[in-house]
Write a protein of this length. Sequence first.
Length: 390
Amino acid sequence: MELSSRITGLLGGGSDGWGVFSRARQMIADGTPVTELTIGEHDIRTASPILQEMHRAAMGGHTGYASVPGTPALRDRVAARVQNRTGVPTTRDNVVITPGGQAALFAAHAATTNPGDTALFIDPYYATYPGTIRGVSAIPKAIPAHASDAFQPRAGEVAAAAPGARSLLINSPNNPTGVVYSRATLEGIADVCKDQNLWLISDEVYDTQVWNGTHLSPRALPDMVERTLVVGSMSKSHAMTGSRCGWIVGPRDAIEHLTNLATHTTYGVPGFIQDAAEFALNQGPSFEAEIAAPFQRRRLLAQEIIGAQNAVSLVPADGAMYLMLDIRSTGMSGEEFAYALLDAHHIAVMPGESFGSAAAGHIRVAMTIKDAAFAAALKTLCRFAEQKSQ
Ligand code: PMP
């Protein structure tokens, strides 16, 4: 039987970008130890008190259908956190809880684009973006950010791509580059959204991982609140990737329609997960800082190691749990380099090309293993690049 082009065309016909990752996993399955610096998963598990709360809530009976837009208490908690962090008045009516940020990205595009509409996003990008857009029968259109601009997008290039588009998806702090968009970048983007009547979908799942300065949510910029949907998640900020709990913050009428969408797709998020998320958020910013600290520490370690050689350079960045390394001095593509490093040293990294053509000649390193092992792997990687660039 024939399946829909929406689903068979989801990957756009290209590689899914996970080839190196799959080879690494196969090597591990075959008994070869591999140092994995691939996916954005913490090296710690969800904290015990959060799990205890999850257990308490489940044992207390919160195991039936939960309120579809989210429990009032969790929506209030998310709204308060957003208001505290951004100064933008926000209530539970501006919040819908979703099963993770990924479901929120899908719902945000379903809410803002009609079939066949163009949805813009910035390249390099988190690997699911184009497929998410295709999944709602919209047309993904990438706008390159440039290595020479430290991957800050240019408003002029966004404006040039915008005519006829319905939405623009941005992500700061950024996966894969670690770049935090400057106020000037975000103001330029906001102006284009207003001039060209675009929805802005702002993926802020790394909002607690900023090492210099502070995270700026574009929803807080003048006249943006009515055209911005913010995607958030417990995954990265609270080491709760497996709990599948995220949200969209946006205008009240958009949230009403997104609640209808949730009723007809996910039917909400389990109540005991939401109670655990509320408990986790109640631990406040110091807990979030604790979860983020290893990545900041490892970035400093990486700066030292990379500063001591010339073959690899670090994209200047201030956030997230990744390093983007420029390996163009080796003459290899990111993909060639990643496969060769895996074969020679059993270290797995993601090729930049997995995240779009703008990141060609780069690799993404997830800072998600213990400090000593991370430093050792990075030194090996640099020596390998030195050999290749001679
Ligand atoms: N956005 C970005 C930029 C991500 O890196 C990820 C996960 N790696 C997500 C969204 C989705 O995260 P989750 O569904 O776990 O909230």
